[in-house]
Structures are given as C-alpha cells and as structure tokens.
Design a binder for this molecule. Structure first.
Ligand code: KG4
Ligand code: ZN
Length: 337
C-alpha cells in the first residue's frame, strides 16, 4: 500500500510516499525557515499563504521522486490536528480533494502521534514503551501502548522545551531556528559556566511534569546571577549551560518515569529529539539495559513520512475518514489520566 502523507501543521510544507508503512519512497520537505527568519518566529498568516502556494508542487515532487504517478497512490493522509489552523486547513483540504479525485481512501492524522510514531518507521520497537515527544509546541512523557493508544504521564506546565530553545536564541540574537543554533554553539561552550536553575515543583503530585518558563526567564533576565565565579560570560557558554539544564529537566523525569512504570523501552520524537546532547543522554540509558530508539534527523522535525507511516497502520486496521473531516488547532490526541 502506497500512502501519500501531507504535513502542513506549522512552517514545513512536506509530502512523502511511504510503502507498507516502512519503505520511505520519498520525503520532500520545503521549509519556510528563510521566509520567517526576519521575524525570528513563525508568522501564522504567512505560513498558511506559503503552504497554499507550495502544496501542489511539493506533492507532485514527492510522487515523482517516489518514481510514481498520482494514480499509483493507494491512500492519502494529512495532518489535521493540532497546529496552526490556517496551515492545517491547506493540507487537509488539498489531501481530501486529491483523494476524492483519485477515488482512494483518506485519513486525517494527529501530529503528536505522528512524531511519536516516526522512529517506528525505521527502527520498529515493541510496545509498550516510554514515548518522549519534544518539539516546539509540546513536551510530553507518555506510555505508548500502541500506535493509537498514548497515555500521558507528564507534560510541561508552561513553555514547551523547543519554545525555550527558540526564545533564548531569539533574545540573544543567536540565529533561527533557535534549537539548531544552540545545539551547534553549545559544542564550543562550557556547560558548567552558568548554574541555571531547574523548576521547583511538587514532585509528589506531578512527578513527571516539567516547567521551562523559569529556566527561560533565568537565562534571559537573570543570567549574571548564575554565572559561576571564574567562568566567562559568552554566548557559547550561555548556550551550553542552558542546553545542559533544558535536557537535564527532561531526563530527570524520564528516569523517574522509567523506574516507576518498569518500562524497558524508550523512544523519542519531535524536533528537539534532533538535539545532540539529548540523543547522547538517551543513548546512555542503553548502558543500564534499556532499549532506546529515536528517528533519524530528517524524521525528527516535521515531515510527511511520519504521517504516511502512521496512516498505514490505521488504514490497515480499516480506519479512514469521510469528507466531513476537518482540521483542528487543538490537542485531541490523548487524555491525561
Ligand atoms: O517537531 P518540530 O519540527 O515542530 C513542532 O511540532 O513544533 O520541532 C521544532 C522545534 C523548534 O523549537 C526547534 O528549535 C527545535 O525543534 N529543534 C531543536 C533542534 N532541532 C530542532 N532543538 C534543539 N536541538 C536541535 N538540534
Ligand atoms: Zn512537529
């Protein structure tokens, strides 16, 4: 089954063809990064306008690169929740219209589940596992029971981890997108130059919840308070010290969750799963006997392949949508217990 996956939830206009849920025949990602750069953040109105202009070419390129023609497609999938509504509507409406024209089934896919599924395409991991979703919009530690059943254990109570990376980078004018630049700068910095604080939270009630706004505020507004005597104040040192703490906050909860749930498998997804420090810290868990997977870098940030891959599972189990399916900006993927 050849599934076309369309992803337009934020600032990447992507389309991919994945065969039988695991063979990525193409994965075209047209990024709007350069066009949002002057604003140092995604401008929703601009994003949806660009998706409208690009979607047809991006889909055509994905089908061509897969060595196919449109009529070879067996199904169409599109991200229809959550995200920027105007952007989601472009992929949703285009996907529905294309599927209707071709006379093939179609399905709207949840972006969050897509990220959590991405690593399954390349490195299938047995369920259940601890699923970590770290992106610009979400920070979630979950128990993943199946491709469709995700129980949230903990989330951020304020900023998402990627948002913290982006805001710190924006404040210090380090470059855009922030996470990638901080990751790169950190390699030349001293992670112990600043002793930025982690959140003080009631661990008993919410042992897996996280907070990033305190760290962000400390780095942006009170940096000098946290400079370790004898260390240098430089952008490399700010980046490395911030990154150490941002990853540390997450890893602390991941470790507690692993211990409490007894899960032995871990998988991460989302844009921040491309972070080199987070990847190496997760890899460290293997020394303690855990099985760890994460997607290749191209499948961490937003992409159509994760949408097509996950859609294959639903379609194989007989699920598909009807023409009244629409887009939703809100999170509907999972309830928190
Ligand atoms: O998954 P994604 O492409 O979009 C959302 O669904 O949000 O994630 C984008 C986020 C941005 O905040 C970006 O700064 C961050 O992922 N990011 C990184 C890295 N690469 C992307 N953060 C830290 N280190 C990276 N290497
Ligand atoms: Zn995403």
């Amino acid at each position: 089954m050849k599934v076309l996956g369309i992803e337009t939830s934020c600032d990447e206009c992507s389309a991919a063809v994945v065969e039988d849920g695991h063979d990525i025949l193409s994965n075209v990602i047209a990024t709007q990064i350069e066009l949002h750069k002057p604003y140092q953040g995604v401008v929703p109105e601009l994003a949806s306008r660009l998706h409208t202009e690009w979607i047809e070419q991006v889909v055509a390129a994905a089908v061509k690169q897969a060595g196919l023609v449109m009529t070879d497609l067996d199904a169409v999938a599109f991200t229809n929740r959550p995200g920027l509504l105007g952007s989601l509507l472009v992929g949703t409406n285009y996907g529905k219209a294309l599927a209707a024209t071709l006379g093939v089934p179609f399905i709207g896919i949840d972006h969050i589940r897509g990220h959590l599924y991405a690593s399954q395409i390349e490195n299938p991991l047995e369920y259940p596992y601890l699923g970590i979703l770290v992106s610009g919009g979400h920070t979630v530690i979950s128990r993943v029971e199946s491709y469709d059943k995700v129980d949230v254990l903990g989330t951020t109570i304020d900023d998402a981890i990627g948002e913290a990376f982006d805001k710190v980078a924006k404040f210090y004018d380090l470059g855009y997108p922030g996470g990638v630049v901080i990751d790169r700068l950190s390699k030349q910095g001293d992670p112990l130059a600043f002793n930025f604080p982690g959140p003080s939270m009631d661990r008993k009630e919410h042992p897996y919840d996280m907070s990033y706004s305190g760290l962000k505020t400390a780095v942006i507004n009170q940096k000098d308070r946290f400079l370790v005597p004898g260390k240098t104040d430089s952008k490399e040192n700010i980046a490395a010290s911030f990154q150490r703490q941002a990853v540390g906050i997450l890893m602390k909860r991941v470790r507690i969750a692993l211990k409490d749930t007894g899960l032995t498998r871990v998988s991460a997804g989302g844009g921040v799963a491309a972070n080199s420090l987070l990847r190496s810290e997760l890899k460290e868990l293997e020394k303690e006997g855990y099985t760890v997977t994460f997607p290749s870098l191209k499948l961490c940030t937003d992409n159509g392949a994760m949408i097509a891959g996950l859609a294959y599972r639903y379609l194989s189990d007989g699920y598909h949508d009807a023409l009244d399916v629409s887009a939703s900006a809100r999170v509907t993927a999972f309830k928190k217990f």
